[in-house]
Design a protein around this ligand. Structure first.
Ligand SMILES: C[S@@+](CC[C@H](N)C(=O)[O-])C[C@H]1O[C@@H](n2cnc3c(N)ncnc32)[C@H](O)[C@@H]1O
Length: 256
């Protein structure tokens, strides 16, 4: 480690996609960074807050780029902190919601490096909100579950079975490749007519929306060619949205 270097790593949640949905505290920390390691889902506009001499390192998964493993990312963060000092790890949404933020913190701190986490607005809440979907609503939904569609073993989380038996709003991240499985679980519990929304690239200019029910959503996804990154929202609150209400009043599947 060079003299005068004070290694520190700040994990910042960049928000769901719209660059204005980062926190003020996150922007202040970005402005001070010597090095920024950023993911694929973050808006590139956020990098404009960086100092002109800051080192920017893309560590996301994208075609034509080296795919960094989580171990490689961890090592890169520590190496840069010792070499340059103030490192920012910029992650989509919130670092602690399916973001592997805690693994990074544990690894970094094992080297005696100070860390700070600046929470971000998770896509699990902000993306439904951008479509007027209130995840809880008096008299309609008393709770919501946020579940991963793909666990570390690449399987659907068993929590979907439990959630499908509740009256909660269910929000599924990373679930597009498991949509058929998700649908059949809800159908097993006779929930075929529950309103279901799929929002791809929410809060960005590439946003795409698919609306239907559990029974119709697979067909909607095929017809509208929806794919990851997307959020699946299942629950009566979907049809309560002022923006989406008319769809459910008329159930006209050609409209969206
Ligand atoms: C690895 S998880 C990271 C979640 C992130 N930490 C958060 O709090 O939003 C990535 C998944 O989040 C969801 N996601 C993130 N940004 C999204 C967006 N703008 N629109 C729709 N889904 C999004 C998708 O399900 C995507 O596959």
């Amino acid at each position: 480690m060079k003299a005068n270097i004070n290694p520190k790593v700040t994990l910042i949640g960049a928000g769901p996609g719209d660059p204005d949905l980062i926190t003020v505290k996150g922007v202040k920390a970005l402005r001070k960074a010597d090095v920024i390691l950023y993911d694929a889902l973050i808006s590139r506009e956020l990098l404009e807050y960086a100092q002109t001499n800051a080192k920017l390192i893309f560590v996301g998964k994208r075609k034509d780029f080296h795919r960094y493993s989580q171990d490689e990312i961890n090592e890169l963060i520590v190496k840069n902190a010792f070499e340059f000092g103030n490192v920012v790890r910029l992650k989509g949404g919130d670092p602690f919601i399916f973001g592997r933020g805690s693994e990074e913190v544990e690894y970094i701190e094992s080297f005696g490096i100070e860390t700070e986490v600046i929470s971000g607005i998770s896509s699990s809440m902000a993306v439904p909100a951008s479509q007027g979907i209130s995840l809880t609503k008096r008299g309609v939904a008393e709770s919501f579950w946020v579940i991963t569609g793909t666990t570390s073993e690449r399987k659907l989380s068993q929590d979907v079975y439990l959630a499908a038996q509740s009256t909660a709003t269910v929000v599924i991240l990373m679930g597009m490749s498991k949509l058929n499985e998700i649908v059949s679980i809800f159908q097993q519990f006779e929930k075929g007519d529950i309103p279901t929304a799929i929002i791809q690239n929410g809060t960005t200019k590439n946003e795409k929306l698919g609306l239907g029910t559990i029974d119709s959503i697979v067909e909607v996804v095929e017809r509208k060619e929806l794919s990851a990154p997307a959020i699946i929202v299942i629950g009566e609150v979907v049809k309560e949205s002022n923006k989406l209400k008319s769809f459910y009043e008329n159930i006209n599947f050609d409209k969206y």
